[in-house]
Design a protein around this ligand. Structure first.
Ligand code: PMP
Length: 318
């Protein structure tokens, strides 16, 4: 048996009801606390799943180097798995991602390659750089955007846990999409178990994914500050057939909600959690759903302390 140390403690995260922020709405809002995973985010699940799958297929030699294009959280999950299992790690990150994430990855022993904030077709785009470096160096590209082990782990763990924690009573599931693993995997699992459950994409204003959900064509490409979700290309792990609708959320609404989650619910989470909760509150307040609306808190706020939106709350005046 593998000596898996901390990796055994990934998942089985709490599901918490928003008692104050969602009080008086048509349906309760429940949040899955993925920021409480040992590596600090929802991405711990897929980091372990992708490495388990590659080991089982015999494609990972002992001591091999893993490489990933990451907004930072998958990198931290992989750093944890690499430490426990004895692999090297290279993380390719766009410049936009917070300095806190870069510093944490380097401190955890990863080599960090920072790329310009380039469009998907550019050879400088972080996904293209990771793909090229993997090929040139014979490193293992964990490929969270395309690797089906990502969706599968959310079907088998996150989705299954939510079903158990709600005893199958769910009106809607709401989540943003970076790789699409969370919304596709959880959405698929819930739809297989509950007739009529609605799956809603929470998308930052400026991302093209909401338009794609609604019309099949990517919406216009803009910029936004929330990290880890939205985008201007469709990853293989984002499955449109399980998504019923999309909600667009501005940066201001997302960051304001992060502050409210901290000050009214005691939940210390990152920007994409704010996006998810704003969208979930909208879904719960329309009056056409009475069963709980479930969403996820993908990561914790300590990865964003240096960001202007968090600095603006007064931390700099101390
Ligand atoms: N929030 C954050 C902060 C993330 O880093 C990610 C993953 N990039 C997500 C949400 C979205 O998760 P998924 O990749 O499963 O779509």
């Amino acid at each position: 048996m593998k000596a898996d140390g901390v990796l055994k403690h990934i998942g089985r995260t709490p599901l918490v009801r928003l008692d104050r922020i969602a009080a008086g709405l048509g349906a309760p809002v429940l949040v899955k606390c993925e920021h409480m995973n040992p590596g600090g985010s929802v991405k711990d699940r897929l980091a372990k799943a992708i490495v388990d799958d590659a080991e089982a297929r015999g494609v990972l030699r002992p001591g091999a180097t893993l490489i990933e294009a990451t907004a930072g959280n998958t990198g931290m999950g992989l750093a944890m798995v690499a430490a426990v299992r004895g692999y090297g790690l290279v993380c390719v990150m766009p410049e936009k991602m917070s300095i806190d994430k870069r510093a944490a990855l380097a401190a955890a022993g990863a080599r960090v390659v920072v790329t310009p904030n380039a469009p998907p077709a550019s050879p400088d785009h972080f996904k293209q750089v990771a793909r090229r470096m993997a090929r040139e160096n014979d490193w293992f590209l964990t490929d969270q955007f395309e690797n089906p082990a990502n969706v599968r782990v959310h079907e088998e763990t996150t989705g299954a846990e939510i079903l158990e924690q709600t005893r199958g009573r769910i009106g809607a599931f709401v989540a943003g999409a970076g790789t699409g693993g969370t919304i596709s995997g959880v959405g698929r699992r819930l739809k297989a178990a509950i007739v009529g459950v609605r799956v809603v994409l929470a998308d930052p204003e400026g991302s093209g994914l909401a338009g794609w959900v609604e019309t099949g064509k990517l919406g216009p490409d803009g910029s936004y500050a929330v990290e880890g979700i939205g985008g201007s290309d469709i990853p293989g792990n984002l499955h449109r057939d399980v998504i019923d609708a999309a909600e667009r959320v501005s940066d201001e609404e997302s960051f304001e909600m992060v502050k409210r989650l901290a000050r009214e619910e005691g939940l210390f989470v990152g920007g994409s959690a704010g996006t998810n909760v704003v969208a979930a509150l909208r879904v719960a307040s329309r009056g056409d759903i009475d069963e709980p609306v479930v969403t996820v808190l993908p990561d914790a706020w300590d990865r964003y302390r240096a960001k202007p939106w968090m600095q603006a709350w007064g931390a700099t005046s101390l």
